[in-house]
Design a protein around this ligand. Structure first.
Ligand code: HEC
Length: 226
């Protein structure tokens, strides 16, 4: 599944791009490297079996960034994301960076493995921007959340792409017809509801189920909405 050559390509690409401005060159001098969350170093922190996780790969020691720095690093990370995630062949992974983003600046989330997150939604999911007042989203609505983290030693780690796509009624009663997909940084598909690796994304359904009255959506922490 996980090929080092593909990852190396993404890394080289990201490194090349990261030197386009003085500000980001500084980060490289600090020793920035881009790795894949869920790589060997991080696997040791997983809870449960790798094939059937109970929660996300979690970074044990994330560096806390001020909003400006988080935005700056995201600008670098985005370039690598735009290369890595689409290797999965997923249309969402290919397109989501051109969709509307609903958070003002990347925000840190313990729920998604201590990564910095960004939430995008496609046209069918524009009601997502009404947050708790959004109601049930229509078939074809897609929300995509990318993720990255920065380690205390200065490395940028690209995390997974988390996707929720509203499928036709009857797709999956328990998930309220949401298809959950997790694409890893190197473009490998970790799992999707009713598809390959479905058991690996069951834990998504269980946690989101707690938000049944909001169509299983959690939205964005209030300080980061826009
Ligand atoms: C432990 C609980 C938990 C688990 C497990 C979980 N999520 Fe989430 N999810 C959240 C919370 C809380 C938010 C909103 C805040 C945030 O982004 O962390 C959210 C937000 C999202 C969003 C943005 C839509 C929304 O609800 O506002 C997507 C997409 C998403 N999660 C996908 C996934 C996928 C795919 C998985 C499984 C691979 C997953 N989540 C597993 C708690 C969880």
């Amino acid at each position: 599944m996980y090929t080092r050559t593909r990852l190396a390509r993404v890394t080289r690409w990201a490194m090349a791009l990261s030197c386009l401005s003085v500000a980001t060159c500084y980060a490289v001098e600090e020793g920035t490297h881009i790795a894949q969350a869920g790589s060997d170093a991080e696997m040791s922190t997983i809870s449960g079996e790798a094939s059937n996780p109970r929660r996300h790969y979690r970074l044990r020691d994330p560096k806390i960034l001020d909003p400006e720095r988080a935005a700056e690093i995201y600008a670098i990370a985005r370039e690598a994301m735009g290369v890595g995630y689409p290797l999965s062949g997923s249309e969402v992974a290919r397109d989501y960076l051109s969709w509307r983003r609903f958070n003002s600046t990347p925000y840190l989330s313990a729920r998604h493995g201590n990564h910095y997150l960004n939430n995008y939604a496609n046209e069918r999911a524009l009601a997502y921007g009404e947050f708790e007042a959004a109601g049930r989203l229509p078939v074809g609505a897609v929300i995509a959340k990318d993720s990255f983290s920065v380690t205390n030693s200065g490395g940028i780690l690209i995390g997974p792409l988390f996707i929720m796509e509203k499928m036709p009624q009857g797709f999956n009663y328990v998930s309220a017809d949401w298809k959950y997909t997790l694409v890893r940084a190197d473009g490998t598909l970790f799992g999707e509801t009713n598809g390959p690796g479905a058991n690996r994304v069951e834990y998504c359904i269980s946690c989101h189920l707690a938000q049944e009255r909001y169509d299983h959506l959690y939205f964005i922490p209030k300080d980061y909405r826009h």
